[in-house]
Design a binder for this molecule. Structure first.
Ligand SMILES: [Ca+2]
Ligand SMILES: [Ca+2]
Ligand SMILES: [Ca+2]
Ligand SMILES: [Ca+2]
Length: 487
């Protein structure tokens, strides 16, 4: 998404040359430049163009005989990190107004009944809404009273781009405190690169909000800063610079990742920062700010940093959290390997588990990964969610025990022909029935009638518990902007 697609097309005909080429039809925004029997198809998918698309080319010879060829194009979006807690399913929808409004809907995930919801954003401030995809919605308990709040990071254009935080309760979306700004310095003019991570950094039972921003000052290298905020008082507790080494200059900021984890099992969460260097091939490091950093995905073939994914969680019987690094190789058939690191020591704990290794899983761009505790033991399994290269693709879940390096089972989800665009579906784990173990939530999109369907899967044993529709109104016309969480 957002990257240019250029395809060279040519045709020959020995009997009645010359051949002329044209584009019969293709996705909105595509263009075709042709000269005789050569042509170039060019397309930069817009933010809303996610899914399967086709284009058809027509070749015609001098005898007016013609032939056509079609191309299938699959546009995937970068995975979004969905932060969810035990409890209800929250759908966040963007309306079709000129300045879109943002609404939340709260559902009981076991019955599909709608319990509450309300308006989160009352129309955008700017006339051309270029930024809804940059807003973020997080469920977190910032005051330690056991119930979660909905924290909204909203990008507003008021002379310059500004990042505002609003804190609301879930059921009616009422504000719990006045909004406040983060990344207040005017150097932070790339809010599309911001990251927001809830974490209890001091083990007092209250979550702080960690915000990472990229300062882009002309004629300087881009600089990464981490701010720690107390939401109750709107106080900035700390600000530190990340990845200050020059090896991280001018790499794509979208290659970097930020996660919270309790790496030493003392109750306080640390932040982990994944940074990619400007070397050839690029190297990938995990940094624990103010402590140390270590190299991960060490082999040279992990040279596709836009395809690598990273998770944190407890994947074995030792209570500290691990770093799960999912690397995609640049071989002719891309392969997906999972490494598990101890981020407290920088030691590789479980090396080399290959996942999604069937021939059909040839498009790692669309694969997704989720950690889930299926039995309440505190140990999380890896759900490797693979999308096959058929049209439409099938969605399969492989369940892996990473410490034993064994695949426990695999099963198909969103198994209905109406889910034509697997690249727009989203997945996360949460305890939907509050019994201490995680369920898998799959949100599927049916393009034909612009419908979002939620499937709730029990993982032990694997069985689908419930399917229900969310954002069931014609005003929600922006499937790419809509968001999901739980709490
Ligand atoms: Ca805290
Ligand atoms: Ca800790
Ligand atoms: Ca562990
Ligand atoms: Ca459960």
């Amino acid at each position: 998404m957002g990257e240019a697609i250029d395809l060279s097309v040519s045709a020959t005909d020995a009997g009645s040359p010359p051949v002329t080429l044209s584009l019969r039809w293709g996705p909105a925004g595509a263009s075709f430049l042709s000269f005789a029997d050569q042509g170039v198809f060019s397309w930069i998918p817009a933010a809303t163009q996610v899914g399967n698309f086709q284009a058809e080319f027509l070749a015609q010879n001098s005898a007016m005989a013609s032939n056509v060829a079609t191309v299938n194009l699959r546009v995937s979006r970068v995975p979004r990190r969905i932060v969810a807690n035990a409890g209800n399913f929250i759908a966040i929808g963007f309306t079709n107004h000129t300045n879109p409004q943002v609404w939340s809907q709260v559902f009981d995930p076991l019955t599909g009944l709608r319990l509450g919801g309300g308006k989160l954003i009352d129309g955008y401030l700017y006339p051309v809404y270029a930024y809804p995809q940059w807003d973020r919605f997080l469920a977190m308990d910032f005051d330690g009273n056991g119930s979660r709040e909905l924290v909204v990071a909203e990008i507003a254009q008021e002379a310059s781009l500004k990042t505002w935080i609003s804190v609301r309760e879930f059921m009616l979306c009422l504000k719990k405190r006045p909004d406040f700004r983060v990344l207040e310095d005017s150097a932070f003019q790339n809010p599309g690169l911001n990251e927001y991570v809830p974490a209890d950094v001091d083990n007092d039972g209250k979550k702080e909000l960690l915000v990472v921003g990229v300062a882009t000052i002309p004629n300087q290298s881009w600089r990464y800063y981490l701010q720690t905020w107390d939401l109750k008082t709107a106080t900035r507790l700390k600000s530190i610079r990340l990845m200050s080494d020059s090896a991280f200059d001018y790499t794509n900021p979208a290659w970097h990742h930020y996660m919270a984890a309790d790496v030493n099992a003392d109750g306080a969460e640390e932040i982990l920062c994944i940074g990619v260097t400007n070397q050839t091939p690029p190297r990938t490091y995990c940094q624990l700010p103010e402590k140390f950093s270590f190299r991960i995905l060490n082999a040279a073939e992990f040279a596709l940093p836009d395809l690598n994914q990273f998770l944190t969680g407890n994947v074995d019987s030792e209570p500290n959290d691990e770093l799960v690094a999912i690397g995609v190789t640049n071989e002719s058939v891309k392969r997906t390997w999972v490494q598990v690191w101890n981020p407290n020591t920088g030691v590789l704990k479980y090396a080399g588990t290959r996942v999604l290794d069937g021939a059909g899983f040839a498009l790692p761009e669309a694969n997704r990964f989720v950690l889930a505790d299926r039995d309440g033991s505190g140990k999380q399994l890896l759900l490797a969610i693979g999308i096959t290269d058929s049209v439409p693709g099938q969605t399969w879940v492989q369940m892996w025990d990473l410490s034993a390096r064994t695949r426990i089972t695999s099963f198909r989800i969103l198994d209905s022909p109406e889910f034509l665009d697997p690249t727009i579906n989203e997945f996360f784990a949460m305890d939907a029935d509050n019994n201490g173990d995680d369920e898998l939530i799959a949100v599927g999109y049916a393009r034909a009638n612009n419908a979002h369907w939620v499937q709730v899967w029990d993982l032990n044993p694997v069985v689908r518990l419930k399917t229900f529709r969310v954002l069931d109104s014609t005003i929600f016309t922006h499937p790419v902007y809509n968001c999901w969480t739980g709490g």
